[in-house]
Design a protein around this ligand. Structure first.
Ligand code: GLP
Length: 242
């Protein structure tokens, strides 16, 4: 079931997103959080840091599992997703870094890294709340449009469009990694609740395709229509075609 929450400002977007995560942690301090990178969740993470500083939420017993990681960037590279999560959230709240998990982008053994991450997810059981952004081509995590989608964590070759969309964070497109490791569709869809975040005009069309179009592996986010508990937070621009 899809529950669409329309917001009218960035402030409201971030507040709604952060309050869903904070309420979960208040009722279940040991929750397994599925976290996402990209620019869309940044404000939500900032808001969570504020809530933590006010004493309204604690991550002390929480565990986190990130969706994806570039292959070939050192983990302290400014654009690695591990570094992103440390900078935007983990270093500013009371989460135990040992309980935070981001797939390894090891260049030498990417397949092995994917396998190990999958084992970790299996051992964790269910993710209580999975945060998702939306790629312009309908990808979630780095599950790119394809004739077949993978259920488990796997290595993926990034589409040219995806590399271009993410080139804004690098000095040059040549520096954007060509491959990534991503949680698979099975792991994402197994989450108890999913919160999909979409902001801005550039997401309007793909969001409408994902939520109202046919289920197709060519738009991985369309698979969310099969999930029993999805909350979609959209601003006016992204929600224009819904
Ligand atoms: C990247 C990430 C996705 C993210 C997407 C959208 O490709 N792997 O997890 O959802 O970008 O990013 P943004 O929120 O910056 O539009």
């Amino acid at each position: 079931m899809l529950n669409i929450i329309r917001v009218t400002s960035d402030e409201q977007f971030n507040e709604v997103g952060a309050s869903i995560i904070a309420s979960l942690l208040q009722t279940n301090p040991r929750a397994n959080l599925g976290l996402a990178t990209g620019s869309t969740p940044v404000g939500v993470y900032n808001k969570l840091v504020e809530l933590y500083k006010e004493g309204s939420v604690s991550f002390a017993q929480a565990h986190s599992y990130n969706l994806d990681e570039y292959i070939g960037l050192p983990s302290d590279h400014p654009e690695s997703y591990r570094r992103f999560m440390n900078d935007k959230l983990f270093n500013h709240v009371d989460i135990n870094l040992e309980n935070t998990h981001v797939p390894s982008g090891s260049k030498e053994h990417p397949e092995q890294a994917a396998k190990e991450y999958n084992q970790l997810l299996d051992a964790a059981g269910q993710i209580d709340l999975q945060i998702l952004g939306l790629g312009h081509n309908g990808h979630i995590g780095f599950n790119e449009p394809a004739t077949e989608l993978h259920a488990a964590t796997h290595v993926v070759e990034l589409e040219e469009d995806t590399r271009q969309a993410n080139a804004r964070f690098f000095d040059h497109i040549d520096q954007v990694p060509t491959h990534a490791v991503t949680m698979g569709m099975g792991s994402i869809l197994k989450s108890k609740q999913i919160v999909l975040l979409a902001k801005g005009e550039s997401k309007a069309e793909i969001l409408a395709r994902a939520l109202m179009g046919p289920l197709t592996t060519q738009c991985p986010a369309s698979m969310l229509q099969t999930h029993p508990n999805v909350v979609v937070i959209v601003d006016q621009a992204a929600g224009e075609l819904l």
